[in-house]
Write a protein that binds this ligand. Sequence first.
Ligand code: IPE
Ligand code: IPE
Ligand code: MG
Length: 247
Amino acid sequence: MSLKNKINSAKLPKHIAIIMDGNGRWAKQKGAERIYGHENGVKAVRDTVEAAAEIGIEYLTLYAFSTENWNRPKDEVVALMQLLVHTIHAETPTLNKNNIRLQAIGDLKSLPGNCYDELMEAMEATKNNTRTTLVLALSYSSRWEIIEAVKNIALKVEQKTILSSDISEDLFTSHLCTANMPEPELMIRTSGEHRISNFLLWQLAYAELYFTDKFWPDFTKDDFYEAIIDYQNRERRFGKTSEQLIS
Ligand code: IPE
Ligand code: IPE
Ligand code: MG
Protein backbone atom coordinates (compact mmCIF):
# COMPACT_ATOMS: atom_id res chain seq x y z
CA MET A 1 0.00 0.00 0.00
CA SER A 2 1.35 3.43 -0.90
CA LEU A 3 1.98 5.95 1.86
CA LYS A 4 -0.74 8.17 0.44
CA ASN A 5 -3.29 5.37 0.85
CA LYS A 6 -2.29 4.90 4.49
CA ILE A 7 -3.53 8.38 5.35
CA ASN A 8 -6.81 8.43 7.24
CA SER A 9 -8.86 11.03 5.39
CA ALA A 10 -11.20 11.42 8.38
CA LYS A 11 -8.29 12.60 10.56
CA LEU A 12 -6.58 15.08 8.28
CA PRO A 13 -5.03 18.18 9.79
CA LYS A 14 -6.77 21.28 8.44
CA HIS A 15 -3.59 23.32 8.54
CA ILE A 16 0.03 22.21 8.13
CA ALA A 17 2.93 24.63 8.59
CA ILE A 18 6.42 23.92 7.29
CA ILE A 19 9.83 25.42 8.05
CA MET A 20 11.59 24.68 4.78
CA ASP A 21 15.17 24.49 5.99
CA GLY A 22 18.50 23.19 4.71
CA ASN A 23 18.79 24.66 1.21
CA GLY A 24 22.23 26.11 1.90
CA ARG A 25 23.65 22.89 3.34
CA TRP A 26 22.14 20.87 0.49
CA ALA A 27 24.02 23.06 -2.00
CA LYS A 28 27.22 23.00 0.04
CA GLN A 29 27.16 19.20 0.02
CA LYS A 30 27.17 19.39 -3.76
CA GLY A 31 29.97 21.95 -3.81
CA ALA A 32 27.59 24.60 -5.10
CA GLU A 33 26.56 28.12 -4.04
CA ARG A 34 23.76 28.48 -1.48
CA ILE A 35 21.39 29.95 -4.07
CA TYR A 36 21.59 26.69 -6.03
CA GLY A 37 19.96 25.11 -2.98
CA HIS A 38 17.19 27.71 -2.95
CA GLU A 39 16.55 27.15 -6.65
CA ASN A 40 16.28 23.42 -6.08
CA GLY A 41 13.95 24.00 -3.15
CA VAL A 42 11.29 25.23 -5.56
CA LYS A 43 10.57 21.71 -6.80
CA ALA A 44 9.97 20.54 -3.23
CA VAL A 45 7.55 23.46 -2.78
CA ARG A 46 5.69 22.49 -5.94
CA ASP A 47 5.47 18.82 -4.92
CA THR A 48 4.36 19.61 -1.38
CA VAL A 49 1.66 22.04 -2.49
CA GLU A 50 0.41 19.49 -4.99
CA ALA A 51 0.42 16.73 -2.37
CA ALA A 52 -1.48 18.93 0.10
CA ALA A 53 -4.12 19.77 -2.50
CA GLU A 54 -4.46 16.15 -3.62
CA ILE A 55 -5.27 14.86 -0.15
CA GLY A 56 -7.43 17.82 0.85
CA ILE A 57 -5.36 19.90 3.28
CA GLU A 58 -7.20 23.21 3.67
CA TYR A 59 -4.24 25.40 4.65
CA LEU A 60 -0.53 24.96 3.98
CA THR A 61 1.78 27.62 5.39
CA LEU A 62 5.37 27.69 4.16
CA TYR A 63 8.06 29.70 5.94
CA ALA A 64 9.91 31.15 2.98
CA PHE A 65 11.76 34.16 4.42
CA SER A 66 12.05 35.32 8.02
CA THR A 67 12.57 38.81 9.39
CA GLU A 68 15.97 37.57 10.56
CA ASN A 69 16.85 36.40 7.04
CA TRP A 70 17.27 40.06 6.03
CA ASN A 71 20.58 39.82 7.91
CA ARG A 72 22.02 37.34 5.40
CA PRO A 73 24.66 38.44 2.87
CA LYS A 74 23.14 40.96 0.46
CA ASP A 75 23.70 38.84 -2.65
CA GLU A 76 21.80 35.92 -1.11
CA VAL A 77 18.89 38.18 -0.11
CA VAL A 78 18.74 39.71 -3.60
CA ALA A 79 18.88 36.29 -5.25
CA LEU A 80 16.14 34.95 -2.95
CA MET A 81 13.85 37.89 -3.76
CA GLN A 82 14.44 37.39 -7.49
CA LEU A 83 13.69 33.71 -7.15
CA LEU A 84 10.51 34.56 -5.31
CA VAL A 85 9.31 37.00 -7.98
CA HIS A 86 10.12 34.55 -10.74
CA THR A 87 8.53 31.56 -9.00
CA ILE A 88 5.31 33.34 -8.06
CA HIS A 89 4.96 34.59 -11.62
CA ALA A 90 5.69 31.20 -13.18
CA GLU A 91 3.47 29.22 -10.79
CA THR A 92 0.31 31.34 -10.78
CA PRO A 93 -1.28 29.54 -13.77
CA THR A 94 -0.63 26.17 -12.06
CA LEU A 95 -2.17 27.45 -8.84
CA ASN A 96 -5.27 28.45 -10.78
CA LYS A 97 -5.36 25.18 -12.66
CA ASN A 98 -5.23 23.30 -9.36
CA ASN A 99 -7.78 25.60 -7.68
CA ILE A 100 -5.25 26.81 -5.06
CA ARG A 101 -5.55 30.21 -3.42
CA LEU A 102 -2.37 32.11 -2.55
CA GLN A 103 -2.11 34.24 0.58
CA ALA A 104 0.83 35.73 2.46
CA ILE A 105 1.67 36.66 6.03
CA GLY A 106 4.45 38.90 7.27
CA ASP A 107 5.72 42.44 6.89
CA LEU A 108 4.90 42.41 3.18
CA LYS A 109 5.51 46.15 2.79
CA SER A 110 9.19 45.53 3.54
CA LEU A 111 9.57 43.39 0.40
CA PRO A 112 11.14 44.91 -2.71
CA GLY A 113 8.51 46.67 -4.84
CA ASN A 114 8.49 44.17 -7.70
CA CYS A 115 8.20 41.29 -5.27
CA TYR A 116 5.30 42.93 -3.43
CA ASP A 117 3.50 43.71 -6.71
CA GLU A 118 3.96 40.19 -8.06
CA LEU A 119 2.65 38.73 -4.83
CA MET A 120 -0.42 40.99 -4.77
CA GLU A 121 -1.15 40.14 -8.38
CA ALA A 122 -0.94 36.40 -7.73
CA MET A 123 -3.10 36.70 -4.62
CA GLU A 124 -5.71 38.63 -6.58
CA ALA A 125 -5.60 36.16 -9.48
CA THR A 126 -6.14 33.16 -7.20
CA LYS A 127 -8.48 34.66 -4.59
CA ASN A 128 -11.58 32.72 -5.63
CA ASN A 129 -9.88 29.31 -5.58
CA THR A 130 -11.27 26.96 -2.97
CA ARG A 131 -9.36 23.67 -2.86
CA THR A 132 -6.36 24.60 -0.70
CA THR A 133 -4.96 27.87 0.61
CA LEU A 134 -1.21 28.21 0.25
CA VAL A 135 0.13 30.76 2.72
CA LEU A 136 3.65 32.10 2.21
CA ALA A 137 5.33 33.50 5.31
CA LEU A 138 7.46 36.29 3.88
CA SER A 139 9.51 38.75 5.87
CA TYR A 140 7.64 37.08 8.70
CA SER A 141 8.52 36.64 12.33
CA SER A 142 6.16 35.77 15.11
CA ARG A 143 7.44 38.41 17.51
CA TRP A 144 6.92 41.07 14.84
CA GLU A 145 3.37 39.78 14.28
CA ILE A 146 2.58 39.73 17.99
CA ILE A 147 3.87 43.28 18.51
CA GLU A 148 1.78 44.47 15.55
CA ALA A 149 -1.30 42.86 17.08
CA VAL A 150 -0.57 44.46 20.47
CA LYS A 151 -0.15 47.89 18.87
CA ASN A 152 -3.45 47.56 16.99
CA ILE A 153 -5.31 46.44 20.07
CA ALA A 154 -3.75 49.23 22.17
CA LEU A 155 -4.85 51.77 19.56
CA LYS A 156 -8.42 50.49 19.70
CA VAL A 157 -8.42 50.77 23.49
CA GLU A 158 -7.01 54.30 23.21
CA GLN A 159 -9.72 55.22 20.71
CA LYS A 160 -12.29 53.52 22.96
CA THR A 161 -13.44 51.17 20.16
CA ILE A 162 -12.88 48.35 22.63
CA LEU A 163 -12.40 48.11 26.40
CA SER A 164 -9.29 46.53 27.86
CA SER A 165 -11.64 44.01 29.47
CA ASP A 166 -12.67 42.90 25.94
CA ILE A 167 -9.17 41.54 25.32
CA SER A 168 -9.41 37.76 25.10
CA GLU A 169 -7.60 34.94 23.33
CA ASP A 170 -10.12 35.19 20.49
CA LEU A 171 -9.72 38.94 20.15
CA PHE A 172 -5.94 38.63 20.15
CA THR A 173 -6.04 35.83 17.56
CA SER A 174 -8.22 37.98 15.32
CA HIS A 175 -5.47 40.62 15.25
CA LEU A 176 -2.78 38.26 13.98
CA CYS A 177 -1.89 37.84 10.27
CA THR A 178 -3.48 34.40 10.50
CA ALA A 179 -6.92 35.67 11.58
CA ASN A 180 -9.57 33.49 9.93
CA MET A 181 -7.19 30.56 9.50
CA PRO A 182 -7.40 27.45 11.67
CA GLU A 183 -4.38 26.88 13.92
CA PRO A 184 -1.82 24.48 12.45
CA GLU A 185 -2.23 21.02 13.95
CA LEU A 186 1.09 19.89 12.48
CA MET A 187 4.39 21.72 12.05
CA ILE A 188 7.14 20.11 9.98
CA ARG A 189 10.78 21.25 9.95
CA THR A 190 13.37 19.80 7.61
CA SER A 191 17.18 19.69 7.85
CA GLY A 192 17.55 18.23 11.34
CA GLU A 193 17.19 21.53 13.21
CA HIS A 194 14.92 21.26 16.22
CA ARG A 195 13.72 24.80 16.78
CA ILE A 196 10.87 27.15 15.91
CA SER A 197 12.96 30.11 14.66
CA ASN A 198 10.33 32.75 15.41
CA PHE A 199 7.58 30.98 13.43
CA LEU A 200 3.90 31.12 14.50
CA LEU A 201 4.69 31.10 18.23
CA TRP A 202 1.10 31.79 19.29
CA GLN A 203 -0.52 29.58 16.65
CA LEU A 204 1.68 26.54 17.31
CA ALA A 205 0.81 26.41 21.01
CA TYR A 206 -0.72 22.94 20.64
CA ALA A 207 0.66 21.82 17.28
CA GLU A 208 2.32 18.45 16.87
CA LEU A 209 5.94 18.97 15.84
CA TYR A 210 7.60 16.74 13.25
CA PHE A 211 11.27 16.87 12.37
CA THR A 212 13.11 15.20 9.53
CA ASP A 213 16.84 15.22 8.78
CA LYS A 214 16.24 15.64 5.06
CA PHE A 215 17.29 18.96 3.55
CA TRP A 216 14.39 20.84 1.99
CA PRO A 217 15.34 20.26 -1.70
CA ASP A 218 15.18 16.49 -1.04
CA PHE A 219 11.73 16.65 0.59
CA THR A 220 9.18 14.64 -1.42
CA LYS A 221 5.46 13.99 -1.46
CA ASP A 222 6.11 10.74 0.40
CA ASP A 223 8.01 12.62 3.13
CA PHE A 224 4.96 14.86 3.48
CA TYR A 225 2.62 11.87 3.68
CA GLU A 226 4.90 10.22 6.23
CA ALA A 227 4.70 13.29 8.47
CA ILE A 228 0.89 13.20 8.26
CA ILE A 229 0.76 9.49 9.11
CA ASP A 230 3.06 10.12 12.09
CA TYR A 231 0.73 12.94 13.19
CA GLN A 232 -2.30 10.67 12.87
CA ASN A 233 -0.72 8.16 15.22
CA ARG A 234 -0.26 10.67 18.01
CA GLU A 235 -2.62 11.25 20.89
CA ARG A 236 -3.49 14.93 21.22
CA ARG A 237 -4.50 15.38 24.83
CA PHE A 238 -4.75 19.17 25.26
CA GLY A 239 -3.99 18.84 28.95
CA LYS A 240 -6.44 16.01 29.58
CA THR A 241 -5.61 12.42 30.46
CA SER A 242 -5.59 9.60 27.97
CA GLU A 243 -8.58 7.99 29.73
CA GLN A 244 -10.66 11.13 29.37
CA LEU A 245 -10.17 11.07 25.62
CA ILE A 246 -11.51 7.54 25.27
CA SER A 247 -14.68 8.05 27.29
C1 IPE B 1 16.04 27.58 4.16
O1 IPE B 1 17.31 27.11 3.89
C2 IPE B 1 15.62 28.70 3.23
C3 IPE B 1 15.63 30.04 3.83
C4 IPE B 1 15.86 30.32 5.08
C5 IPE B 1 15.36 31.14 2.94
P1 IPE B 1 18.60 27.79 4.49
O2 IPE B 1 19.04 28.85 3.53
O3 IPE B 1 18.37 28.25 5.86
O4 IPE B 1 19.64 26.61 4.46
P2 IPE B 1 20.68 26.21 5.60
O5 IPE B 1 19.90 26.08 6.87
O6 IPE B 1 21.68 27.32 5.66
O7 IPE B 1 21.26 24.93 5.14
C1 IPE C 1 14.01 29.63 9.28
O1 IPE C 1 15.18 29.09 8.79
C2 IPE C 1 13.41 30.54 8.27
C3 IPE C 1 12.98 29.92 7.03
C4 IPE C 1 12.96 28.65 6.75
C5 IPE C 1 12.50 30.83 6.03
P1 IPE C 1 16.61 29.67 9.20
O2 IPE C 1 17.60 28.78 8.55
O3 IPE C 1 16.68 31.11 8.87
O4 IPE C 1 16.60 29.48 10.78
P2 IPE C 1 17.78 29.49 11.83
O5 IPE C 1 18.47 30.80 11.69
O6 IPE C 1 18.69 28.36 11.49
O7 IPE C 1 17.12 29.30 13.14
MG1 MG D 1 18.55 27.35 7.67
